[in-house]
Design a protein around this ligand. Structure first.
Ligand SMILES: Cc1cc2nc3c(=O)[nH]c(=O)nc-3n(C[C@H](O)[C@H](O)[C@H](O)COP(=O)(O)O)c2cc1C
Length: 165
């Protein structure tokens, strides 16, 4: 029978299994940053749009306030170590592209990196944003999309376990 539960506990429990993604942003000065995210969704077909929810304390938040575009990267199975790296370190302290030895080509919108190992990558320009508690939801219009049919999508099953779709 369904019953009332402790809110923080049930809120934390309902998220798995989950897709995860990487967001590439441009740093305020120069260079690029990567963040692992789980809170994202498609929000429009025409034009195609994605929403991403970024914590206000994240360096990526600073980057998105400075440069109004991002690449949403759907990771392949081989990118698991990079997801861990980018989800547990801040771009304030580390160049994640250098440490993760990330291979990429320049995108078409603002030359933001398109990761070579990704399953798909969407080049987005921020159209609007919404405050959501301690996060900001950035809604980006997709201008270019890339895909790699040879790779399989990574997603979180239990904790950090993965299975191909
Ligand atoms: C699986 C996973 C999912 C995450 N999802 C989000 C998310 O949706 N939004 C967010 O702001 N941070 C999320 N994080 C936390 C950030 O990835 C983490 O704080 C990161 O170090 C921030 O990097 P930055 O300071 O370079 O932006 C997630 C972390 C992991 C491991």
């Amino acid at each position: 029978m369904i019953q009332l539960s402790e809110l923080p506990v049930s809120y934390g429990k309902i998220h798995l299994p989950a897709k995860v993604a990487l967001v590439v942003t441009q740093k305020p000065e120069s260079g690029y940053n990567l963040i692992t995210i789980e809170w994202f969704m498609r929000t429009s077909l025409t034009p195609p749009m994605f929403a991403i929810s970024i914590g206000k304390t994240r360096y990526s938040h600073e980057c998105l306030e400075a440069n109004r575009y991002f690449n949403l990267v759907f990771p392949s199975l081989k990118m698991k170590p990079l997801l861990t790296l980018c989800g547990s370190n801040s771009g304030r302290d580390m160049d994640k592209f250098a440490v993760g030895k990330v291979e990429y080509i320049a995108g078409k919108l603002h030359k933001l990196p398109v990761l070579k190992d990704a399953v798909a990558c969407f080049e987005c320009e921020i159209a609007t944003q919404i405050r959501s508690g301690d996060h900001t939801i950035y809604i980006g219009e997709v201008h270019y999309s890339w895909e790699n049919p040879e790779e399989k999508l990574f997603y979180f099953q239990e904790g950090i376990e993965t299975k191909p779709l």
